[in-house]
Design a protein around this ligand. Structure first.
Ligand code: UDP
Ligand code: MG
Length: 309
């Protein structure tokens, strides 16, 4: 029996030794053979050098380096592809997902037969007001549109080999790990955890990256926005029929108002609605385009265990 711990790192040179040390200690405490699969997501600092040193000193540590920054979702895919364990624990590289929770996850998996153990945030830790508001807006929209409540969900999870193999069968290019793992089902348990403070560096998510992830998440799980366009269009048509009848009646009665204001307002409103709707359709078409191209999700530049690709 082998446990894999999968950790993505992006520009975390100061964090790598601390994270690997802590995780290794916790894993040794469990007493099962394990491997640490560390993914360098195209860092521009010394993260890869730190990972190579760690891998050279301990054969249980494996490093994989992307050819550039492909983002955390791609890093998760690559780590799940590379893992050899019978269970895979996925966690952040900044120790914000406390490794002390791993033994409980492993116990639920090994003794109680759960196949997916979700780490659930007890609170969101210390965060700025704006990121709290953005997260809350995103999760509310996501739940409304898709029916999945991922409110306190995190990427801190244990997955059984069966689940990992199913996941790897997905051909979807733009993944949303949290959502897809909820979609997969299987016997699930939850383990609450307290989000720890980040000790070195800063969050690697720029507002733009977060926006892209949110759009990818919603468009991959829901086509409601497209139907919303149809509904909006129908409402506009109903409104214009009513307005048309009124206008004709007024005209027949010989009291057609010189309604320049109305015309301008209607033009702006309808023009805006059409532009937004076209843009939205464009987002979905772009997604189809990306998926159809069928490019690999990531490109590996090198691996510490020899597998240069
Ligand atoms: N990360 C990554 N690629 C990226 C952005 C982030 O591999 O493009 C990693 C990062 O190194 C960390 C984890 O994903 O291990 C979570 O990122 P971060 O702590 O910045 O996110 P937050 O905790 O603010 O949600
Ligand atoms: Mg973090």
């Amino acid at each position: 029996m082998l446990l894999s711990v999968l950790i993505p790192f992006y520009n975390e040179e100061h964090q790598v030794p601390a994270t690997l040390g802590t995780v290794r200690e916790v894993m040794e405490g469990i007493g099962l053979p394990f491997e640490l699969v560390c993914l360098d997501d195209g860092s521009s600092d010394a993260t890869w050098a730190r990972l190579r040193e760690a891998a050279a000193a301990d054969p249980r540590i494996r490093g994989i380096r992307f050819s550039r920054n492909f983002g955390k979702e791609a890093a998760i895919c690559a780590a799940l592809d590379a893992a050899r364990g019978d269970a895979c624990v996925l966690m952040d590289g900044d120790l914000q997902h406390p490794p002390s929770v791993i033994p409980e996850m492993v116990r639920l998996w090994r003794d109680e037969g759960y196949e997916v153990i979700d780490g659930v945030k007890r609170s969101r830790g210390r965060e700025s007001l704006s990121s709290r508001l953005n997260a809350s807006l995103f999760y509310k929209t996501f739940r409304r549109l898709t029916g999945y409540d991922l409110h306190n969900a995190s990427d801190f999870k244990l997955l059984d080999r069966k689940v990992v193999d199913r996941w790897r069968g997905f051909r979807e290019h733009d993944t949303f790990f949290r959502g897809l793992s909820a979609w997969l089902g299987f016997r699930r348990a939850e383990v609450p955890f307290e989000v720890a403070e980040r000790r070195t560096g800063t969050s690697k998510w720029s507002p733009l990256k977060l926006l892209r992830l949110s759009v990818a998440a919603i468009t991959s799980f829901s086509s409601v926005p497209l139907h919303a366009i149809t509904i909006l269009g129908t409402l506009l048509i109903l409104g214009s029929v009513a307005l048309g009848i009124q206008t004709l009646v007024n005209w027949a009665g010989g009291q057609a108002a010189d309604g320049f204001t109305t015309v301008i307002l209607l033009l702006l409103l309808i023009g805006g609605a059409i532009m937004v709707s076209l843009g939205l359709i464009g987002v979905y078409i772009a997604r189809i385009f990306d998926e159809v191209k069928g490019r690999p999700r990531y490109v590996v530049a090198e691996e510490t265990d020899g597998g240069d690709t």
